[in-house]
Design a binder for this molecule. Structure first.
Ligand code: SF4
Length: 489
C-alpha cells in the first residue's frame, strides 16, 4: 500500500478550491462500502459530492471485476462517464477491482482515464481527485495481519498475480475502522458494515483473493462502535458483509466470532434488524444457528453460496462438500431456525461438468427448495486455477444449463411464495416503487437489501401516510414467481 505521504498531493491548480465529485459504484455491497469510505475521505478533505455526473468536475467509477460480464459492465460505465469530459468533467478516476486486475491496461488503452486507485490504496483517491488531506496526516485505515491459513495459502501461490501484466505486487491489507470517515449511500435507515476483507479459500474459479488480499477481520470493538454510531444516527437495519463472514475473528483467535458479534449488535437498542452476508458452508456452527434463532433482531436469513452440489464438481472447484452434506446442513438450519429464509447461488458449466453432474445439481435444487437462488454461467478468469482446466463447455451449453436450473427454481419459488399468502411480517418501507406510482416497495426479514425478489405494497389503512425508512406490519395478499404483494395492516 502506498504510504500516506506519497499518496497525497497538494491542491492542484484548479478553477475551484472545492471540486465537485460524482461517484458511480458497481458490483457488490463490499465495493459500495469502499465507495462510501472514499466519499467520506474526500468529503472530509473539502470536496463536494454531487449526485449527477453532469454536475461533477471529477467522476469516480468504482469498478467490479468478479466475472467477465461484470468487467464488461465496468468498461461500458467508464466509457459512458468519459463522455462527460466533453462537458463539465475534467477528470475521470477509475477505482476498485478492475484496477487490481488491469491497472496498466486501463491506463494504456483508455486515455480518457486520468488516474487509477486500487482496492488496497483507497487513500490515493485524494491525490487522484486532486485535493489535499487537510490537517491530519494519520492514515484512516488499519493495516491488519493475516491468519495462518492465509499465510500457508500464500506460500502455495494462491495470491500470486504474476500472470497479470501491470498488477502491483503488494496485496491489499488495509481495513477501515470506526473512525474512518464514511458517507452512506444507502437509504437512511439501512447500512452495511464490512467486518472482514479478503479471502483465504482456494476456490478454483475465483480471483477475489488476488484482488482483495488475505482474509483479515476488523477488531470486534471497532465493529460494535461503528454499529452504535450508525444506530444513533438513525440506522435501523445493519447488514454485516465480507467475502466470508463465518470466518470472522479467526485471525485474532476468536471462536464463533460472528455469533458473538451478532449477539452484541442485537443488544443495541435502536437497531431493529441485523443480518450478515455470506456464510461458507462448512463454517456454519451450531452456536451461530442458535444465536440467530434466539435473537429476535437477527433476521432468520442465511445466504450460503454453495456454488455446486456434485461432489466431483465441487472437488474440481477446490471447495469440497456434496449434495448429502449440504442437505444435512440445510436440515440443521431449518430445524434450529424454523422460519429461516435460505438463499444460495451456483456456478453452472464449470470445466468438465458432465450431464450427470449437472443432473445432480438439478436434483439437489429440487430437494433443497431454497427460498432464493441465483446462478452464474462459468466464465474463464486468467489467474484462477480453473483457467488451466480442460473440457470447457461451450457458452451456449452453459447458458442452456443455467436457464434450465433457473426454470426448476422458478417452480419451487412460485410454490413457496404461495404458502406466504395471508401471513404477516414486519416491513421496512423503502418508498415509491419504480414499477408504478400506485405501488410502494419494502422489505421483510426475508428480503436482504437489493438482492431478493420485490415486495410491493398495494394497500395502506385509511388515514395512514407511510414514511419510507419506518417499520410497519404487513400481510401478504398475492404471490407471484418471485415477487409478493402486501397490504399494511
Ligand atoms: S469463498 Fe471461494 S468464491 Fe468466495 S470469495 Fe473466497 S475464493 Fe472466492
Amino acid at each position: 500500500m502506498a504510504s500516506k505521504s506519497s499518496s497525497i498531493v497538494l491542491q492542484e491548480n484548479t478553477e475551484t478550491s472545492k471540486p465537485k465529485v460524482g461517484f458511480v459504484s458497481l458490483g457488490c455491497p463490499k465495493n459500495l462500502v469502499d465507495s462510501e469510505v472514499m466519499m467520506g475521505i474526500l468529503s472530509q478533505a473539502g470536496a463536494e459530492l454531487v449526485p449527477r455526473a453532469e454536475d461533477a468536475d471529477v467522476i469516480v467509477v468504482n469498478t467490479c471485476s468478479f466475472i467477465e460480464s461484470a468487467q464488461q459492465e465496468s468498461v461500458n460505465t467508464i466509457l459512458e462517464m468519459a463522455s462527460h469530459k466533453s462537458g463539465k468533467a475534467r477528470k475521470l478516476v477509475v477505482a476498485g477491482c478492475l484496477v487490481e486486475r488491469f491497472r496498466d491496461e486501463i491506463l494504456k488503452n483508455m486515455p480518457e482515464v486520468d488516474a487509477v486507485v486500487g482496492t488496497g490504496e483507497l487513500e490515493n483517491i485524494l491525490s487522484a481527485v486532486g485535493v489535499s488531506s487537510g490537517a491530519s496526516s494519520d492514515s484512516p485505515f488499519r493495516i491488519l495481519t493475516s491468519r495462518s491459513e492465509g499465510d500457508a495459502r500464500e506460500a502455495s501461490g494462491r495470491f500470486s498475480r504474476e500472470s497479470w501484466d501491470g498488477a502491483i505486487s503488494d496485496l491489499p491489507n488495509y481495513l477501515y475502522d470506526e473512525a474512518t470517515p464514511r458517507v452512506l449511500a444507502t437509504p437512511r435507515s439501512t447500512a452495511y458494515i464490512k467486518i472482514a476483507e479478503g479471502c483465504d479459500h482456494p476456490c478454483g474459479f475465483c480471483i477475489i483473493p488476488q484482488l482483495r488480499g488475505k482474509f483479515r477481520s476488523r477488531r470486534f470493538e471497532s465493529v460494535v462502535a461503528e454499529a452504535e454510531r450508525l444506530a444513533r444516527s438513525g440506522v435501523r437495519e445493519i447488514t454485516l458483509i465480507g467475502q466470508d463472514t463465518t470466518c470472522y475473528g479467526e485471525d485474532f483467535g476468536l471462536k464463533d466470532g460472528l455469533a458473538l458479534l451478532l449477539d452484541k449488535l442485537a443488544a443495541i437498542e435502536q437497531l431493529r434488524w441485523v443480518r450478515f452476508l455470506y456464510a461458507y458452508p462448512n463454517k456454519i456452527t451450531n452456536r451461530l444457528l442458535e444465536t440467530i434463532a434466539a435473537q429476535e433482531k437477527i433476521c432468520s436469513y442465511v445466504d450460503v453460496p454453495l456454488q455446486h452440489a456434485s461432489a466431483a464438481t465441487l472437488k474440481r472447484m477446490k471447495r469440497g462438500g456434496s449434495a448429502d452434506i449440504f442437505l444435512r446442513t440445510i436440515e440443521k438450519m431449518r430445524h434450529t431456525i424454523p422460519d429461516v429464509t435460505l438463499r444460495t447461488s451456483f456456478i453452472v458449466g464449470f470445466p468438465g461438468e458432465t450431464e450427470k453432474e449437472f443432473e445432480e445439481l438439478c436434483d439437489f435444487v429440487r430437494e433443497a427448495e431454497f427460498d432464493w437462488m441465483g446462478s452464474f454461467a462459468y466464465s474463464d478468469q486468467e489467474g484462477a486455477t480453473a483457467y488451466a482446466l480442460e473440457n470447457k463447455l461451450s457458452p451456449r451449453e452453459v447458458e442452456s444449463r443455467r436457464k434450465h436450473l433457473m426454470h426448476i427454481q422458478k417452480g419451487i419459488s412460485r410454490r413457496k411464495k404461495k404458502t406466504l399468502r395471508g401471513k404477516e411480517f414486519d416491513l421496512l418501507l423503502e418508498g415509491q416503487s419504480e414499477e408504478s406510482d400506485f405501488l410502494l416497495e419494502g422489505r421483510t426479514p426475508m428480503h436482504a437489501p437489493e438482492i431478493d425478489g420485490k415486495l410491493y405494497i398495494a394497500d395502506v389503512p385509511d388515514g395512514l401516510d407511510p414514511v419510507p425508512g419506518e417499520f410497519y406490519r404487513c400481510q401478504i395478499t398475492e404471490a407471484h414467481d418471485y415477487d409478493l404483494i402486501a397490504k399494511i395492516v
